[in-house]
Design a protein around this ligand. Structure first.
Ligand code: NAD
Length: 247
């Protein structure tokens, strides 16, 4: 029997990038998946993963910054599968710029998706995990939430806030046997980092002890560990997956 058979895993922002790879890694391990994204591609991504891996999936179009959408995503999960065992808050956006030029909307949008979204998803997932006295929540933060980053005041504030949210919820949810942890990836090869200029990429790589960007699978494998019972005594932690960029 595969490790995640009979488990239901919901992953936000899973139409592409890290979220999609996390979905594939859990599918390989037998989980049934609820995949959500603001992009309408999510339904075809979910159908393809179901066929490729022989598991059950549900694709939901969702904006994580809307409470109504978050509640609906959790309700639909329970309606189809009757349970939610693992929640991975992965959806995230950037709206980079120097602070003095940053528009209020660019600040608010990033906080809304990257920080309020995970809060709303946790809030609505809690009741179901709580009644089963079982749950694993994994929030995808970022190395820049630990170090700060020029040009990313909004993004790094949202990711630092997500670490605070993770630790607070770990304390609140612990009595119900729900583990809450964060992963802080460094620079991972996805559409988000493709936007960087070649010169900037070279300069970043020169600061990474392992001398390369990470892959989405590097993050997905840690998510798999944090969702498994091998990590049952780990909660409120931030696991860095950054090639040594920040120690
Ligand atoms: N790529 C990196 O180097 C890196 C580093 C550190 C942290 N992260 C974090 O990892 C996560 C995934 O990043 P990625 O590189 O795969 O990005 P990506 O842009 O490739 O994928 C993000 C996904 O989130 C979806 N999304 C955006 N807004 C949404 C919303 N409001 N509601 C629901 N879905 C929404 C997008 O449609 C997309 O499918 C993000 O939280 C990001 O901040 C990425």
């Amino acid at each position: 029997m595969k490790e995640f058979e009979n488990k239901v895993v919901l992953i936000t922002g899973s139409a592409e990038g890290i979220g999609k790879t996390i979905a594939e890694v859990f599918a390989e391990n037998g989980a049934n998946l609820v995949l959500t994204d603001i992009s309408s591609n999510i339904e075809s991504v979910a159908s393809k993963i179901a066929v490729d891996f022989g598991i059950k999936t549900l694709g939901i179009i969702q904006n994580v910054s809307s409470e109504e959408d978050c509640k609906k995503a959790i309700d639909e999960t329970i309606k189809k599968f009757g349970q939610i065992d693992v929640l991975i808050n992965n959806a995230g956006i950037t709206r980079d710029g120097l602070s003095i030029k940053m528009k209020e909307k660019d600040f608010e949008d990033v906080i809304s998706v990257n920080l309020k979204g995970p809060f709303l998803m946790c809030k609505h997932a809690f009741i179901h995990m709580s009644s089963k006295r079982y749950g694993k929540i994994i929030n995808i933060s970022s190395v820049v939430g630990q170090t700060g980053q020029a040009g990313q005041a909004n993004y790094s504030a949202s990711k630092a806030g997500l670490i605070g949210l993770t630790k607070s919820l770990a304390r609140e949810f612990s009595k119900r046997n729900i583990n809450v942890n964060a992963i802080a990836p460094g620079f991972i090869t996805t559409k988000m980092t493709e936007k960087l200029e070649e010169k900037v990429k070279e300069s970043i790589i020169s600061q990474i002890p392992l001398n390369r960007f990470g892959s989405p699978a590097d993050v997905a494998n840690v998510a798999l560990f944090l969702a498994s019972d091998k990590s049952s005594y780990i909660t409120g932690q931030v696991i860095s997956v950054n090639g040594g960029l920040y120690m």
